[in-house]
Ligand binder design. Sequence first.
Ligand SMILES: NC(=O)c1ccc[n+]([C@@H]2O[C@H](COP(=O)([O-])OP(=O)(O)OC[C@H]3O[C@@H](n4cnc5c(N)ncnc54)[C@H](O)[C@@H]3O)[C@@H](O)[C@H]2O)c1
Length: 344
Amino acid sequence: MKVGLAGFGFAIRHAQVIAANPFVTEFAIAELSTDRREQAAREHPQARIFDDAVEMLQGMEPDCVIVASSSNSHATITRAALEAGIHVFSEKPLALSWAEARELKSLADQAGLIFQAGYILRYEARHQLLHDHVNSGRLGRVVLIRSKRNCSRTWFETWGKHSHPVLESMVHDLDLATWLTKQRCVRVSAWGQKFLGGPPPEAVVAVLEFDGGALAVLETSWLIPDGAPANIVGPLGREDEGAGVLDAHFEVHGTSAVETLSLYDPSLMLMTDERTYVPESTLFPASALGVGGALRDELFDFLAHVRGDLHTGVASIDDAVHVQAVVEAIGRAAESGTPAAVED
Ligand SMILES: NC(=O)c1ccc[n+]([C@@H]2O[C@H](COP(=O)([O-])OP(=O)(O)OC[C@H]3O[C@@H](n4cnc5c(N)ncnc54)[C@H](O)[C@@H]3O)[C@@H](O)[C@H]2O)c1
């Protein structure tokens, strides 16, 4: 199988997973930055290296592409791939707008191509168990979902401002709420705060109303100071330039039971003179075993689907497109100060 990877930032992890897949016979990496291209060539000497993702699609003609470049490049690369008959895995968000996401999905449908959205939490073991419990009726009817997703303040400068905290962090909770309730969000109220000189806001609160009666209260804040123990650290042996905090808490309140889940897990702690680390160990742990966890399960699942093998069907592109419609409604509600209907 010929696999292309677009982007080599956060996707250094994706590259390790792809390289470890036994069915990948040809591998290429596209990256705009010279330094990162050189790093990719050093770490993956078997891979062909390209300057740009669209150039890679033309030069390599892969069976599939994994789009893990900057969020504002996803739609262009995905469109080029689908038009060339190439299956696509796209990191979240699918696009910067709902209209683009919808158009990409219909392009994939027309061409009969796989288009998978990278909502990694669907592949994380505790989120899977939570989903099983909701699905089996153990919680009764879902009444309320409550979530918070906190990120480092320094990330707001480097990542959050590139697109929007709702697209970068709250989308995970929008996807989880859609997946767990199996309902569509019809109306949102939302507020954003811009004390750090946005746009965009560094903190957002959204209240969602679903067509089956469920409610969700979602919060995201990009204000965690550098003094907090870091849980998202670079793979071992490298500079930890990505060190920061992703602190998430998720609750599902049902008519029969309540279930809660915390991502920030201090069960493993590394204390140094500079900082304390509580390495995240379920999403994309990197060790001598390679990159494991949810990211490996997610990408291997996509590659199995491309090969025509059994795959889980956990990912849903319909839900991912719906999430983009909710993102836009949140933007309208926060801007106008009045509830906004979700156009879907
Ligand atoms: N699923 C998750 O948990 C998760 C976590 C972090 C990031 N992400 C997503 O992954 C994506 C990448 O994250 P990041 O932090 O590395 O973003 P980033 O913007 O810092 O870096 C992305 C890299 O893509 C490269 N790039 C941009 N356009 C390109 C193109 N046309 N061709 C080739 N390379 C290109 C850039 O040079 C950069 O090195 C983002 O969309 C983000 O939302 C997902």
